[in-house]
Design a protein around this ligand. Structure first.
Ligand code: GRG
Length: 295
């Protein structure tokens, strides 16, 4: 592991500890449902979305105590989406993050409820005074997360994805689907620090563009790993897109051009970050990681 990978692994462990601190404060700790939630959070993940919230919050001078709650809320939404995506009615996966999926470890009903509870808890965190004393800011955060995760965001994208198996999608359809399914949670991760800091409109626009590039490049890399990776490497079943006849960036462009497109998007995203000077050094490395990651 290189120094930056070690740094990220420490960072993601700190985020996990902080998520559990919030659970403890709210005294959610001794039900069988909580045991299943704990399992889902403990198996880890890159914690990329919370890292984006925390790093942009540093740039905008947001208090860590506020930022970590927003960072936790987006990770909980992401975890809920993975638990539901793995269910037999959706992607039907047995393995996630190198471990049995929630419905395999527990059962389907528990996995549905884990997802439901994680989703509500994310909004409970955001609407709590501890997230920010200004109710307008809290309301904006709730509103933005609802939009990003709901029917015109991630859930809408997931529906398009489920329908994609039976359809012939063109590149614009694929981009739209991925923008909703994957891009919207990245958008929330990047603009929520602007909401917390009451940043000017220009900053919102810059970060929306950055997150759009990041989300697309992230998805292309996901498609690449589905073709080039191994189950041991990525911690989940691979070659799924092809076996389900899904159209992806790779079926459209071919592997080499897809890689080039992902790299171009990342270079452009890094250029956008330069406006923040030295303070964006960690973010630049995180951005590069999106296309160099092997899991
Ligand atoms: C069920 C409403 C609902 C939505 C599901 C997230 C999602 C939408 C589907 C997962 C399928 C998938 C492979 C999406 C591609 C992008 C993605 C979200 C990958 C997983 O995110 P990572 O790599 O995961 O950040 P870790 O485990 O590191 O947190």
């Amino acid at each position: 592991m290189n120094d930056f990978a070690k740094y990220l692994s420490k960072y993601s462990k700190e985020i996990t500890e902080n998520i559990f601190k919030i659970f403890e404060e709210d005294k959610y700790n001794n039900t069988s449902l909580f045991q299943a939630i704990k399992y889902v959070i403990e198996v880890g993940g890159k914690r990329l979305r919370p890292i984006l919230v925390l790093e942009f919050s540093k740039i905008f001078g947001v208090d860590f105590l506020y930022a970590i709650r927003v960072a936790s809320s987006i990770e909980l939404i992401h975890c809920y989406s993975l638990v539901h995506d793995d269910l037999p009615a959706m992607d039907n996966d047995d393995l996630r993050r190198g471990n049995p999926t929630c419905h395999i470890k527990f059962d389907e009903a528990t996995a549905i409820l884990v997802g439901d509870a994680l989703q509500s808890y994310a909004f409970e965190i955001l609407s709590d005074e501890k997230t920010h004393p200004d109710p307008k800011i809290r309301c904006n955060l709730v509103n933005q997360l609802a939009k990003s995760s709901g029917m015109n965001g991630m859930v809408g994208g997931q529906k398009l994805d489920l329908e994609a198996e039976k359809k012939n999608l063109n590149i614009e359809d694929i981009k739209k689907l991925q923008k909703l399914k994957t891009g919207e949670l990245f958008k929330f991760s990047c603009i929520s620090p602007c909401i917390l800091a009451k940043a000017k409109n220009d900053h919102f626009k810059i970060l929306e563009k950055y997150s759009s590039n990041l989300g697309l490049a992230f998805q292309i890399q996901d498609d690449i790993l589905d073709v080039e990776g191994s189950t041991e490497m990525v911690g989940k079943k691979i070659n799924k897109d092809q076996s389900m006849g899904k159209q992806t960036f790779i079926t459209t462009f071919g592997l080499d051009l897809a890689k080039k497109k992902a790299n171009d998007l990342i270079e452009e995203a890094i250029d956008i970050l330069k406006v923040f000077g030295k303070e964006s050094d960690t973010l630049i490395k995180v951005t590069q990681l999106v296309v160099s990651r092997t899991y």
